[in-house]
Design a protein around this ligand. Sequence first.
Ligand code: PMP
Length: 443
Amino acid sequence: MESVFHGFTDLETLNRDGPVVLTHGEGIHVFDVNGKAYMDANSGLWNNVAGFNHPGLIEAICQQARRFPGYHAFFGRVADTTVALSEKLLQLSPFESGRVYYTNSGSEANDTVVKMLWMLHRRNGQPQRRKIITRLNAYHGVTVATASMTGKAYNAEFGLPLPGFLHADCPHYWRFARPGESEQEFSLRLARSLEEMIIKEGPDTIAGMFCEPVQGAGGVIPPSEGYFEAIRPILRKYGIPLIADEVITGFGRTGEMWGSVKYDLQPDAIVASKCITAGYFPMGAIILGPALGEALTRVSEAAEEFPHGFTAGGNPLASAVALKALEVIETEGLLDNVRRVSPRFLAGLKGLAEHCYAGEARGVGLMGAVELVSDKNSKAPLDGRLQIPERIANKALGKGLICRPLGQAIVLGPPFIITEAQIDEMFAILQETMAEVFSDVGL
Ligand code: PMP
């Protein structure tokens, strides 16, 4: 058991309880070595949206493995399945045309886009356009560049962010609005402050801005009303490309195929991963819209190539299961189910928010969070030392429910195949667990 070095794991709990070693899954449940079942209210890490044993997805991998299991996409070579996937992704995308570039993860995809932007501006005679804007509470990955783009919580141990990675405000109205400020006014203030940042830094030093349509690992934060409408024209005015990081929101999580469509981001490129293979295989994809796709092709031709690539990027096994996953999401009613059960899910969250130590319940589609506070009116956070969200997640685990503590919130993102009865069961466990934990700590 001690052979595995775990990242993103509370080592005190791990050393006390040991790892949860899993053997298989069935529908929205996973099973540990002792046969205990857990409902996974986080779809693994947002990605196992079609359940853990979908026969069609498994068969797609097996068929591809028998025919052509592995190849790269360098030197103008590419597997036929990867070509088919690219056509499918462009057809699903909000773009009229474009190009798709493949990686093995969301981090690699965002990191790649940074290099694409740097090369593009350099070749276009603006080598000084290198700064990247993201937002506080963002999560864009863990490579050196994408960790720098991610909010500060994950960076201190590594002496990051690197210089030139800027963080604009987080559009979380409930937490950051000033007294008396309407949601629209809040969004406009954030847009003004973004423009001030751009002007102060020098508009021609900014390479691009990355936004998650709904911030995920920052605590599930849907944008405040009017936020993207307010920032979009500012980015256009200064010629700053907008990249939508749809690693979580892509392929239906918000109830729309793309978060960019739901919130009208009008991005220049979309970064996708996670659900693209329904969690069955590593894959990241960058869908470049027409303008960025053409511009990057042009400068790469001038440079003779785009000098970048991952050995396993665009490999046929990932492509085959991705093609199948996209078909499953569309034709087996997964997206429809997100829309159908979302009201029940959001109502369940609201139910949790009635607890006296719950501040805000927020969410969209099948992603949500309930944020805990020590005082509903002042919104003062709970004493972090009490580790209430961690206690809730640990206790829920004992009752067979996997949920995720994030800061002072509990985050939920169940698989797209979840039923209303399973949603009710999930919230019944959470209600009971929250009551027990607050009583355990004497609150
Ligand atoms: N972007 C977003 C919005 C994410 O949520 C994540 C992962 N949670 C990433 C990027 C990084 O993806 P990966 O873990 O596949 O590198």
